[in-house]
Design a protein around this ligand. Structure first.
Ligand code: UFG
Length: 330
């Protein structure tokens, strides 16, 4: 049985990937510092190590104990807004943590790493749908650090026996269909969980950040991709590397864009009641449209998203949020 080390396996996408790995017969170890992750989100069959990737002695001790076949790396700070007011935190944790961990990984002879990157590496897109070889000019510090991490893997792979896949996610959303794990950010900034706070009685209305964009209804268009589909792509990417696949970068999205207003309408349909919305000023740094071409992931990795219907995606989120209105907190 192969052992996969999941860094950040107590976070939103990491925890769903751990479930997917265990469902597919892998042995899993998780590292997380629990700054933004939750111990309750860690699959009971995974071995858990609490610690920080910048702590070389800690990460060395994990690689000493575990016979790791491949690493899947989610451990990073990921809030765009925060990255603009605390850029050095992002350089320190995202780039510094990855650098220290990579050093340890190489010293322990572990060759394969799948890494969470982001659509934020592109910045303002040059065309829609976005292809992997389009220009990358991040418009925020979060995206800049993720791009720097991609470059770090590339240069390290030229010098060492290291092979990597970077997965650039578009808008991760939804929750495990069993309703036991899901999205829990504090503060929450993402559209779907905020919309669902209205029927959950936690907010009066949703603010729509700008309705004067050059889109079909004036609100921003995003490519919403279910977290379990992201999870399955990580498993496929790890298998691709372990069977000799070469370094590569893949977009992960559904290839279909929904406006903010369409997300509110779909959520009303799912929960069966009106969700009041008010138009508010634009949020700084939001591109009008972000839609992925994921043809490459489909062709090379054999990835096939299962959740391609927005109502079903939102239903899984609603199942989680309505049963866990305060996330993992009691
Ligand atoms: N939005 C609102 N009201 C809200 C919250 C969001 O109108 O209360 C809008 C945003 O302006 C945006 C859309 O809903 O147009 C989606 O916003 P999210 O914050 O849910 O997601 P983003 O597209 O801003 O960000 C996501 C990821 C980031 C990643 C980025 C890539 O969360 O990690 O995609 O561009 F960097």
């Amino acid at each position: 049985m192969k052992t996969i080390l999941v860094l950040g396996g107590a976070g939103y996408i990491g925890s769903h990937t751990v479930y997917e790995l265990i469902d597919n017969g892998y042995d899993v170890a998780v590292v997380d510092d629990l700054e933004t992750g939750f111990i309750e989100a860690v699959h009971p069959k995974a071995r858990f190590y609490e610690g920080d990737l910048r702590d070389k002695a800690f990460i060395d001790s994990v690689f000493d104990k575990e016979k790791v076949d491949a690493v899947i790396h989610f451990a990073a700070n990921s809030q765009v807004g925060e990255s603009m007011v605390k850029p050095l935190k992002y350089y320190d944790n995202n780039i510094g943590g990855t650098r220290t961990m990579l050093q340890s990984m190489i010293e322990h002879g572990v060759k394969y790493i799948v890494f969470s990157s982001t659509a934020a590496t592109y910045g303002e897109p040059e065309r829609i749908p976005i292809m992997e070889n389009d220009h990358t000019q991040p418009t925020n510090c979060y995206g800049e650090t993720k791009l720097a991490m991609e470059h770090m893997f590339y240069w390290a792979s030229l010098a060492h026996d290291l092979h990597f896949v970077a997965l650039r996610y578009f808008n991760a959303c939804g929750a495990h269909p069993d309703g036991n794990i899901g999205e829990a950010h504090d503060p929450e900034t993402h559209l779907i969980p905020l919309v669902l706070q209205v029927p959950n009685g936690q907010r009066e209305h949703i603010d729509i950040f700008g309705d004067d964009y050059d889109t079909r209804d004036g609100t921003c268009v995003r490519d919403y991709i279910h977290v379990c589909d992201l999870a399955s792509a990580h498993v496929l990417a790890a298998e691709y590397l372990m069977s000799g696949g070469k370094n590569d970068v893949f977009n992960l999205g559904n290839g279909v864009g929904f406006t903010v207003k369409e997300i509110v309408e779909a959520s009303e349909k799912v929960v069966g009641r009106p969700i009041p919305a008010k138009v508010a000023p634009r949020r700084a740094g939001d591109p009008a449209q972000l839609v992925a071409s994921s043809e490459k992931a489909k062709k090379v990795l054999g990835w096939k998203p299962k959740f391609d219907d927005i109502d079903t995606i939102i239903s899984t989120a609603w199942k989680w949020h309505s049963s866990h209105p305060h996330g993992y907190k009691a």
